[in-house]
Design a protein around this ligand. Sequence first.
Ligand code: ZN
Length: 491
Amino acid sequence: MSSSKAKPKKPRKSQARLGPRPLGEDVLREGGRVEVRFPSTFRDRLTEELARPAPPGAERVVFALAGNFLTQSGPVVTVSDLLEVPEADYRLTGEGTAWSSGMTARVASEAIQKALGILLIHSHGWSNQPALSHTDEAGARVLLPRFRSLVPFRPHGSLVIGRENSIGGVVSYPTPGGGFEIKRVERARWTESPLKLTPDRAGPDIEREEVYDRQELLIGRAGQRILAASKVAVVGLGGGGSHVVQQLAHIGVGTIVLVDDDSVEASNLSRLVGAGPADLNRPKTAVMKQLVQGVNPDVRVEAFGERFPSTNGIRALRDSDVIVSCVDTLASRVELQKVSWRYVVPLIDIGMGTRISDGEGPHRATAVAGHIHRYLPGGHCMWCSGMLSPEKLAIESAGRGPEYVKGAVNPAQVVSFNGALASFAVVELMQLLTGFMARSTSRPLLSIDFLESRLYSVQPRSDRRCPHDSGELARGDPVGFAASATLVTGM
Ligand SMILES: [Zn+2]
């Protein structure tokens, strides 16, 4: 694609015929809704750029690159990158906003290279119910077929951002047969803490409301309804995971996703909450499901007794509002980090490490520590935080175990330490979902030194994009090279 071929974007009826299928009024009304997910770090960039005064006669716009995937509740469009339009690239036409052929070429080239869709985002003075104007719709009729011809297998759209996280617009969403469907943009998910969903999640009516009387004094009726409408995935059902699952059942999370392929062994019984001798050799997912149903029959459970990352496991995770990682290897954390970033789902990770001196007797433990980390896609990641590093992975793959505390190669676990870490994780999760704490701790990287009874917190920089993201962020489902080979250029 050469920039000389590119033309300024402007609604012109004659060009509508260039696309594979004109986008008429009837098509704009086609059924279906789509959710748009924004990584945490794009909020400020997008808001600031759209709030800047536009050149006279134009509306300020931002291009975005987009991935996509399907969930049980419908299609999702993930915002993978933003491309601001430099001042000098706006063109005045008297018929709405247009931009230079150079800008068009840049957007097209990035979309093709990264195999992502193109979104055109603007705002209408931050209204409460943002919607495309007639001019916007006319523009979309011309633009969307062109975007589709560049990258046919990804979503393309025209979005309007409004006040209070509201959103409107249309998306041309790819269908399996190589076609597309036009869908209204109805929901936005801003992956911050607390999570912001538009429209607000009212949640289902809560059964046995009196159960949550005391809890609601803290998180409010609204917070309780959010919990009841939420789906939380727990990966790894050991000492930490079982505590997390039990607490999620108590606080009334609507759906709990369980992922673990292990069965209960005798050595688990000292710390696997909800398990007893009768559970030996039973799948941990079955034992945890029973635990949940015993505590709170209103909670739905989806169990995946598969080794993570399995296809079903990944599908369940990307459908969740939050993933809680209670795995015991760094290799599993590498995969969870990818899923969190790719599908824009926040991740809370807990782990414990110990060091013991040689010999028997008291005073054996020279280090007992743990961590509770919260990761929001687009912000600091497990690599930024030092949780993952090539050196640590090499040590683990050489069979020397996760080196959590320096020098440690010790799988020691005790239910009380697991429980402390799990409890902190559930507090973080409640804050992430409901925002019930007025002054959020905002200490996403927390460590506990049990020997010294001390908490440590690190405040990572969250105002910049993670330098470790290798194009994984918000890609959604990967697309094969075969699909990109069918690209038709000529935007
Ligand atoms: Zn990072």
